[in-house]
Design a protein around this ligand. Structure first.
Ligand SMILES: [Zn+2]
Length: 62
């Protein structure tokens, strides 16, 4: 399951979000993915695809 999630740009919102794949700082919105009980966030669906197609099979599992 994946969906866009808005990020509050209010001054009191101090939490900074980074893409779980490329580490880019996320502003305005993030691509939220729920997978195997974990909550991941990405720049967009492209980073999500790279995560599942490339990163996870190579580095994500022992
Ligand atoms: Zn990214």
């Amino acid at each position: 399951m994946a969906q866009w999630e808005p990020i509050s740009d209010a001054l009191y919102a101090t939490e900074i979000h980074h893409c779980d794949l490329c580490g880019k700082m996320l502003v305005k919105r993030l691509w939220r993915v729920e997978s195997e009980g974990k909550s991941l966030k990405f720049c967009d669906a492209r980073c999500e695809r790279t995560w599942f197609d490339y990163w996870l099979p190579r580095y994500g599992k022992p």
